[in-house]
Design a protein around this ligand. Structure first.
Ligand SMILES: NC(=O)c1ccc[n+]([C@@H]2O[C@H](COP(=O)([O-])OP(=O)(O)OC[C@H]3O[C@@H](n4cnc5c(N)ncnc54)[C@H](O)[C@@H]3O)[C@@H](O)[C@H]2O)c1
Length: 362
């Protein structure tokens, strides 16, 4: 007989247990009130390995899994992006809640089809933009500053993974999602340039996005860097925020209170033409650490993401990163890639990708 406790537990499955999906399986397994029932992967051996590790059943077919576990009401979809729509659409049609890994889809057409399908069938759709659950990002979001100017850098050494897409869809999409959340305005214009070194897709990209409300974002992404750096800087009339995604730390300099007085004094001294070259800017303004009280167990971003997803499933609320947000990020990424392709360098033939053709041995 099933106990009340078991009945209240969310029954979940993970579809695609490669590099990312196995983390979803591990995290679900550790969450109280959640029963990981099954994993599905076309690679039978991989499915069995992960299922054995996390004590659930392995399948190579979603239909077979649902036939044997009809109570599974929520799944993570972590198959390669080009298969997101084909995998998730039939699930959404059955009202099964889907946490689809980022990016929502490889094209806006697929992304829109998934959003429309979820709306039509009243199914929960969350997109795996895990960075939204970074404590530093949550702390910055909670300040509710009007973002006026943003600078973002996400550079890493080459891992030789995800080479079927460019760095914009692979890495910059994390920042596009955050920037869209902070800018709170539709995109007006996009200028971008990119460099393809290892294949036909860009490995390095720089974009300047202007929003209809005047906010400007300069975003750089590289998967060919010699170091790892993930930074976001936000300028606003309310203050300045600097985040390090990697260390999950941040600082804020508010422009009110004592800082306002200190800055007014310095402005007056500058206007008088005083020599301030011995003054240290850091001694003038008060710099505060960004802190965010995370609920117990949610320090890990993936756990926080899954908790948010299952919360939306349970109470019918809108997920933190819903389908339209996932669509907006794909749309922004497509616009950046289109701008890269449209960019021309004087004296260079053909595509704007600086080393395009490298895959042909150029
Ligand atoms: N949130 C993040 O930071 C992050 C990081 C890496 C990858 N991702 C995303 O996660 C997704 C998966 O990426 P990955 O790196 O784990 O890929 P991967 O290739 O390591 O794993 C994909 C798995 O899906 C399986 N698979 C393929 N088609 C399938 C199908 N139709 N049904 C069932 N299983 C199928 C493959 O056998 C493989 O085991 C992608 O959308 C990627 O963009 C997100």
């Amino acid at each position: 007989m099933t106990s009340n406790t078991q009945q209240a537990q969310a029954q979940v499955a993970v579809i695609g247990v490669g590099r990312m999906g196995r983390h979803h399986a591990r995290t679900y397994k550790q969450m109280p009130g959640v029963q990981l029932k099954a994993v599905v992967d076309l690679d039978e051996e991989r499915a069995h390995t992960v299922a054995d590790e996390y004590g659930c059943v392995a399948y190579t077919s979603v239909d077979q899994m649902l036939g044997e576990h009809p109570d599974v009401g929520a799944v993570t979809v972590a198959v390669p992006t080009q298969h997101h729509r084909a995998t998730a659409q039939p699930l959404l049609e059955r009202k099964i809640a889907c946490l689809i890994e980022k990016p929502l889809a490889p094209t806006v057409t697929d992304a829109k089809a998934l959003v429309d399908c979820a709306e039509k069938h009243d199914a929960v759709l969350q997109v795996g933009h895990t960075e939204r659950f970074n404590p530093a990002v949550r702390a910055a979001e909670a300040l509710k500053f009007n973002a006026r100017f943003l600078e973002v850098d996400r550079v890493s050494p080459m891992t030789f993974r995800s080479l079927d897409v460019g760095v914009v869809m692979d890495m910059m999409i994390h920042d596009l999602d955050i920037v869209l959340m902070l800018a709170q305005s539709p995109i007006k214009t996009v200028h971008a340039a990119g460099v393809a070194v290892l294949g036909k897709h860009e490995d390095v990209a720089g974009a300047r996005i202007v929003f209809e409300n005047g906010c400007v974002a300069n975003i750089t992404a590289s998967r060919l860097a010699l170091k790892t750096e993930r930074k976001l800087r936000v300028f606003s009339e309310s203050g300045y925020i600097s985040l390090n995604y990697q260390t999950r730390e941040g600082i804020v300099i508010h422009t009110d209170g004592d800082n306002r007085k200190a800055l007014a004094k310095v402005r007056a001294q500058v206007a008088q033409g005083l020599d301030l070259s011995d003054l240290d800017y850091q001694d003038i303004v008060q710099v505060k650490e960004l802190t965010f009280d995370l609920p117990p167990g949610e320090e890990d971003q993936l756990t926080a993401e899954q908790t948010s997803f299952l919360g939306a499933v349970r109470d019918g609320s809108r997920p933190t990163v819903d389908g339209p947000a996932g669509y907006a990020a794909v749309d922004a990424a497509e616009r950046v890639v289109a701008a890269i392709k449209a960019h021309k360098w004087e004296g260079m033939e053909g595509s704007a990708l600086l080393l395009d053709g490298a895959e042909d041995g150029v």
